[in-house]
Design a protein around this ligand. Structure first.
Ligand code: IPE
Ligand code: IPE
Ligand code: MG
Length: 245
């Protein structure tokens, strides 16, 4: 049960999750990694529905990184197949909960079938406005920054923008995340304490939360625990504590 009182105020507007630990979850049980990924998709559904219920406006999930292309081909193929199946299956969940699907990353590098399915669900859910679910697919923060610098450089060269007018807003407008607010809370499961090339610019002032729970075991109660933990923190943005009160 969601504690309505504690969860009625100070809900992070943008939660991003590095969903890690599918492989170790499977290994612990003596199963193939693919089974870990399959169970990971169940945890995705629970996290999405719980976030919508709690009132998080933006949920961003790291599903596949630019570096993940370096995994064995069989595992990459499995992950792409799971993506297609999940999109087909979960469109119902998205519509039922009034959730808009969004995607960030180098989507052109995805297999055609996955890209088409993704674009179809994005199109079908574009009018939903309760929550935005963003999937980071073939996403890498450095790739995103390189793309951003390239696009801005071309505009400078063509005289569309002058160099001294480049500011945070201009950069934000060229990122994959252009329509999203900054991340308030970044969660990583599985005990690893690193950001693995995820939203480096966008997490500049995010609160970081690490849990030992492996992604397939991540439940609504774990999400609520992360939010309670977030609510106890004082976000000072460079100011002193006295200035805030
Ligand atoms: C996260 O689980 C899923 C992806 C990165 C696609 P992992 O597959 O990284 O699981 P571990 O880290 O090997 O346990
Ligand atoms: C990060 O997990 C990427 C995703 C969760 C999609 P990894 O398991 O690939 O991260 P590293 O390589 O261990 O840092
Ligand atoms: Mg991992």
């Amino acid at each position: 049960m969601v504690d309505k009182k504690q969860l009625s105020t100070n809900i992070p507007k943008h939660v991003a999750i590095i969903m890690d630990g599918n492989g170790r979850w499977a290994k612990k049980k003596g199963l193939f990694r693919a089974i870990g990924h399959e169970n990971g998709t169940k945890a995705v559904r629970e996290a999405v529905e719980s976030s919508a219920e709690i009132g998080i406006k933006h949920l961003t999930l790291y599903a596949f990184s630019t570096e993940n292309w370096n995994r064995p081909k069989l595992e990459v193929d499995t992950l792409m197949k799971l993506l297609v199946n999940s999109l087909k299956k979960e469109i119902k969940t998205l519509q039922k909960n009034n959730i808009r699907l969004n995607a960030i990353g180098n989507l052109n590098s995805l297999p055609k079938k996955a890209r088409e399915e993704l674009l179809e669900v994005i199109e079908k859910t574009k009018a939903n406005d309760h929550m935005t679910l963003t999937l980071a697919l073939s996403y890498g923060s450095r790739e995103e920054l390189i793309k951003t610098i390239e696009e801005i450089s071309i505009k400078v060269k063509n005289g569309v923008i002058s160099p001294h007018l480049i500011n945070e807003t201009v950069i934000n407008e060229h990122l994959y995340t252009k329509n999203l607010p900054d991340v308030d809370l970044l969660i990583r499961t599985s005990g690893e304490q690193r950001v693995s090339n995820f939203l480096l610019w966008q997490i500049a002032y995010a609160e970081l939360y690490f849990t030992e729970v492996l992604w397939p075991d991540f439940k609504k109660s774990d999400l609520i625990e992360a939010i309670y933990n977030y609510q106890k923190r004082e976000r000072r943005f460079g100011k002193t504590s006295e200035q805030l009160s």
